[in-house]
Design a protein around this ligand. Structure first.
Ligand SMILES: *Cc1c(COP(=O)(O)O)cnc(C)c1O
Length: 374
């Protein structure tokens, strides 16, 4: 099959306006620490209803800074989801803490608050909740657990820009939240991320840590903390501005693609993502289906690949990654819900401009592969 008829897993939506904005910064010569970063931050803060927003070089960098913000250090435990991208657990390890995985709800794929409560120990320093696949986690259940135990709550909203929980946009809840802008996310800056906070001191610490721990108020080259170079450059920020200008169109287009999949898959034997309700409005990041237990997921992926359709085994459970097993002795059976989901979930091609014909091809190929396997 020729390259151009392959259906890709994801694709950013870049248009002439994005090109124009990036070119403008390129020609200005102000490529980093210029005026474009703060403009992007202000637009993003407005979009998510957060008083403070600091752009950073990646979502992972943002999560790492939030661990510093929460005071996470050696010997501490951070409770998080095994059914996520590795960055949400790695950030705790960077600070010498141990990731403690609590199992997930098989419907939402997000942390099960009862499992989180059961995982609390005197060493627990923070809970890092993930809005997986753009679906908001259960904050009204997680917040009291944090309050009762005097621990921090950090939100990994890297897949969820534009989502809302109980009528509030993610980023507007009082705890720090991290967004990410890798090219498969709803909004891209190439590489990039952002941390939203709700207290001036929190914002100032993030801003200092991303810039080598520099003390912004004192003279040049005074460093008050061990910091990093986690800055976002102005070219990336310019692309981010272009993306935010069309953010509503991006979200609407992704929602429409998801709705078409839901329709097309009605007669196919797979579990589709749960629908929104009053409390949860998803921002569509990926389209993940759960296959019947009896089906060999890898065979299914091979079959679709042969038809020119990209899929991905989304998501492997983090605790079973080889470096995690080697480091902490994690093993199969520890987190049965997450492991079952990991064995059966598969991401289909999904992006804002996926056309209907391609979606039909994906669903036809999936249906045929499922029929062959039974
Ligand atoms: C994308 C993502 C991140 C951050 O990724 P970067 O590539 O570092 O920007 C973190 N957590 C989750 C759940 C993600 O999907």
């Amino acid at each position: 099959m020729s390259v151009d008829t392959r259906i890709k897993l994801s694709a950013p939506w870049i248009d002439e306006r994005d090109e124009e904005l990036v070119l403008e910064v390129l020609r200005s010569g102000a490529l980093s620490l210029g005026p474009t970063g703060p403009r992007f931050e202000a637009l993003l803060a407005e979009r998510v209803d957060a008083p403070y927003c600091a752009a950073v070089s990646s979502g992972t960098a943002g999560l790492h800074l939030c661990m510093r913000l929460a005071g996470v250090g050696p010997g501490d435990e951070v409770i998080t989801s095994p059914y996520s991208f590795v960055a949400s657990a790695n950030c705790a390890i960077y600070e010498g803490a141990v990731p403690v995985f609590a199992d997930i709800d098989p419907r939402t794929y997000n942390l099960d608050p009862d499992a989180v409560a059961a995982a609390i120990t005197p060493r627990t320093k923070a809970i890092l909740a993930v809005d997986i696949f753009g679906y908001p986690a259960e904050y009204d259940a997680l917040v009291p657990i944090c309050e009762d135990n005097g621990i921090a709550l950090i939100e990994d909203a890297c897949e969820a820009l534009g989502a809302a929980y109980k009528g509030r946009r993610l980023g507007s809840l009082p705890h720090p939240a991290v967004f990410a802008f890798y090219p498969n996310k709803q909004v891209t800056t190439g590489e990039g991320g952002a941390v939203t906070t709700h207290a001036e001191e929190e914002h100032e610490l993030i801003v200092s840590l991303r810039n080598q721990g520099r003390l912004e108020t004192s003279s040049w080259l005074q460093h008050g903390f061990l910091g990093y170079n986690y800055r976002l450059d102005d070219l990336s920020a310019a692309l981010g501005i272009g993306q935010l200008e069309k953010f509503d169109r991006i979200l609407d287009a992704r929602r429409a693609v998801a709705a078409r999949y839901e329709e097309l898959l009605a007669s196919v034997d797979v579990e589709t993502p749960i629908a929104d309700d009053e409390d949860h409005v998803r921002s569509w990041f990926v389209y993940v289906v759960k296959l019947p237990e009896s089906v060999d997921r890898n065979a299914m992926m091979t079959a679709l690949g042969d038809d020119g359709i990209a899929t991905a085994p989304y998501l492997p459970s983090i605790h079973l990654q080889s470096y995690m097993r080697a480091r902490y002795g994690f093993r199969e059976g520890m987190l049965p819900v997450s492991e079952d989901c990991s064995a059966r979930t598969m991401a289909l091609p999904f992006h804002a401009r996926l056309d209907r014909g391609d979606q039909e091809r994906v669903v036809d190929a999936l249906r045929a592969a499922l029929e062959r396997s039974s």
